[in-house]
Ligand binder design. Structure first.
Ligand code: KIV
Length: 297
């Protein structure tokens, strides 16, 4: 279950993502080529997002909340992440496939953490893993990189720290907290990560971090100055039940569309409008003549 990147066929690779940092404005006319990233958890969605030209498909542990119905990301298991990464892998041709290391899978010994990340690559087909946390992850990130596993960092609001943070709040609002986030992002870079997610922080802080780092930043709730943007797919298409954060721009309302289709189906079945004769199979004419109605299936 692996996808060997072949240069020149449009496949997005880790070096491609890194190179976005150094592309000058003039390389792409008016605007710098920003990195696009969306979460994906299954085959049909991944196929559509890959065809749409999204650069990075992230099998996020948001899986737990938007697909599996948990009330946080904490219960998500490594087996669940491997299972969903495999499905996304089968559909992904062009995008870089990154899988989240779920809570508990890297809060163990370094050896076991590396073994867990290797499962996401070997069994899941991920091309990189994402790890939440800054300075505390220096050793882990370095070990993963040494094991040939590219790492995307994630600092700011890290949902796996929800109990310690006390809720989903914007991070880095005091001077001390902002300085800590700058140190976290820098630590992730020094440890060898190829990119870092900046989640829920003031836009000016994200802009400062983006300017200082040599690796690209991918923002979510971190303003427009990051090198790229990531959103949770279910927020993007209006499939998230309940509250969505203010940064989660909704581009479609699939909830309404799915509810409409399902209730129309129910109405048609109950009224006898579905299936129609045109949607039914028919016996050959000779068989119809010789088989009385009651004997036909
Ligand atoms: O799990 C996830 O989907 C994430 C993104 C929101 C960055 O970590």
């Amino acid at each position: 279950m692996s996808a060997a990147p072949r240069a020149g066929n449009g496949k997005i690779t880790v070096p491609d993502i890194l190179s976005r940092k150094s592309q000058s404005l003039s390389d792409f006319g008016e605007t710098k080529r920003k990195i696009t990233c969306l979460t994906a958890y299954d085959y049909p969605t991944a196929r559509l997002l890959d065809d749409a030209g999204v650069d990075i498909l992230l099998v996020g542990d948001s899986l737990g909340m938007v697909v599996l119905g948990y009330d946080s990301t904490l219960p998500v298991t490594l087996d669940e992440m491997v299972h969903h990464t495999r499905a996304v892998r089968r559909a992904t041709r062009r995008a870089l496939l990154v899988a989240d290391m779920p809570y508990g899978s890297f809060h163990v010994s370094l050896d076991e953490s590396v073994r867990n990340a290797v499962r996401l690559v070997k069994e899941g087909g991920a091309e990189a893993v994402k790890v939440e946390g800054g300075e505390r992850r220096i050793e882990l990130i370095a070990r993963l990189v040494e094991a040939e596993i590219p790492v995307m960092g994630h600092v700011g609001l890290t949902p796996q720290s929800i109990n310690a943070l006390g809720g989903f709040h914007v991070q880095g609002k005091s001077a001390d907290a902002a300085r800590q986030l700058e140190r976290d992002a820098r630590a992730v870079e020094v440890a060898g990560a190829f990119a870092v997610v900046l989640e829920s922080m003031p836009r000016d802080l994200a802009a400062r971090i983006t300017e200082k780092l040599r690796i690209p930043t991918v923002g979510i709730g971190a303003g427009p100055d990051c090198d790229g943007q990531v959103l949770v797919f279910h927020d993007l298409v209006g499939l998230t039940a309940g509250h969505t954060p203010k940064f989660a721009r909704q581009y479609a309302n699939l909830s309404a569309e799915i509810t409409r289709a399902a209730s129309e189906f129910c109405g048609d079945v109950r009224s006898g409008r579905f299936p129609s004769d045109a949607e039914s199979f028919h016996s050959a004419a000779e068989l119809r003549e010789h088989l009385p109605l009651s004997e036909r299936a």
